[in-house]
Design a protein around this ligand. Structure first.
Ligand SMILES: [Zn+2]
Length: 50
C-alpha cells in the first residue's frame, strides 16, 4: 500500500489511524487539496448565480 499523498510505501509500523495515508501530515494535505477544489467549484457556482 502506498500513501495517496506522498506515494511513500506504508509499512506495517505505520500508525493505522492515518491509513490510507502514511502520516497525519499527508492526511491533512490531501484533505486540504480536496477542500480547495471544492472551494473553487463552489466559488464558481456562486459567481455564476450572482
Ligand atoms: Zn504520505
Amino acid at each position: 500500500m502506498k500513501c495517496p499523498s506522498c506515494k511513500e510505501e506504508i509499512s506495517e509500523s505505520t500508525d493505522k489511524k492515518f491509513r490510507p495515508f502514511c502520516s497525519e501530515r499527508c492526511r491533512s494535505l490531501d484533505l486540504s487539496d480536496w477542500f480547495n477544489e471544492r472551494n473553487v467549484i463552489s466559488s464558481n457556482l456562486s459567481h455564476s448565480e450572482d
